[in-house]
Design a binder for this molecule. Structure first.
Ligand code: PEP
Ligand code: MN
Length: 338
């Protein structure tokens, strides 16, 4: 339910309504809009008093049901887009935010070299995996904590915030200590225990769509994180499985405007995993910006032929710099900047 409060009421009044919502057995999530404050009240409804009784409170204007199955993620509760702030970088505002770096952190020198290069080209966030979800148990599984240390070193040197994947609940806290944005990978999109855990950790979360996840399921996964009390969720389209075999996945750019229509959360696109081929990354990155993405996440490696994971889809630093130059006019054409 959305509890719409009357205009001009005090913080104490908002707190009082929140307390009443808790007494009724729901969790209150105050959302301060430009003109109005509303409170999302979520929780299991079975056997509880109807929240519409809150309309009896003097400070409450109305109580409106949310039609969509996802509640806190929906546009109904927050008509204006939300922005996610990470150490001075804002995702969901006018500038398109580019996150770039290697698929896997492989060594200190590799990650520092890439970090310098992507920063020089205009990336605002450094990506790199220390815990890698690999299809084969015999493939490189990541440097784990040592990789996190190298990423933190690269952040210290460049000032770029770091996004890295959290693979399981056991290491979630450790990953949060070293990084700025927690990435939930495509394969964990419905690992509800992990979603709740990153919801509790309170750091921004980059939530990647699963390769066989519908938009509704994707937003319900986002809802787990929001319902756990963490409003800083960034959605990421990274390609889905279809009958098409000429690319690694099918990058679903429809998802960008669809997600923007249904949700207030920022949307980022990953053209590296979405295509699987370095030469398809630039055209799809431009397409993503043109259709309204708030950001991109792109794999960059100094020597893709030597990469321990995802070399075929990784851009060399010079190609990444060229892409950044070509993206600027695309961003400007759709009222954004880079
Ligand atoms: C990655 O970002 O390197 C990755 C493993 O992505 P996804 O979870 O989208 O496959
Ligand atoms: Mn990868």
């Amino acid at each position: 339910m959305i509890i719409v409060l009357k205009s001009g009421i005090s913080e104490a009044d908002v707190d009082a309504v929140c307390r009443r919502i808790e007494e009724l057995g729901y969790r209150p999530h105050p959302i301060r809009g430009e003109f109005k404050t509303v409170i999302g009240a979520v929780g299991e409804e079975r056997g509880k008093v109807d929240l519409r009784i809150l309309e009896a409170m003097e400070t409450v204007e109305s109580v409106v049901p949310i039609q969509q199955p996802f509640k806190l993620a929906s546009r109904e509760i927050r008509p204006e887009p939300s922005e996610v702030r990470v150490n001075g970088v804002v995702i969901g505002a006018k500038p398109v935010v580019v996150m770039a770096g290697p698929c896997s952190v492989e060594s200190e020198s590799q990650v520092l070299e890439v970090a310098d290069a992507v920063k020089g080209a205009g990336a605002r966030i450094l990506r790199g995996g220390a815990y890698k979800p690999r299809t084969s148990p015999y493939a490189f599984q990541g440097l784990k904590e040592q990789g996190l240390k190298y990423l933190a070193e690269a952040r210290k040197r460049t000032g770029l915030p770091v996004v890295t994947e959290v693979l399981e609940t056991e290491s979630a806290e450790l990953v949060a200590e070293y990084s700025d944005i927690l990435q939930i990978g495509a394969r964990n999109i419905q690992n509800f225990t992990l979603l709740r855990r990153v919801g509790e950790l309170g750091k921004p979360v980059l939530l990647k769509r699963g390769m066989a996840t519908s938009i509704q399921e994707f937003l319900l996964s986002a809802e787990y994180i929001l319902a756990a009390g963490n409003p800083r969720v960034i959605l990421c389209e990274r390609g889905i499985r279809t009958f098409e075999t000429s690319t690694r996945f099918t990058l679903d750019l429809n998802a960008v405007p669809v997600l923007k229509k249904l949700s207030h959360l920022p949307v980022v696109v990953d053209p590296s995993h979405g295509t699987g081929h370095w030469d398809l990354v630039a055209p799809m990155a431009k397409g993503a910006v043109a259709c309204g993405a708030d950001g991109l996440i792109i794999e960059v490696h100094p020597r893709p032929e030597e990469a321990l994971s995802d070399g075929p889809q990784s851009l060399k630093p010079s190609k990444f710099a060229q892409l950044m130059r070509e993206l600027r006019p695309v961003a400007e054409a759709v009222g954004r900047s880079l």
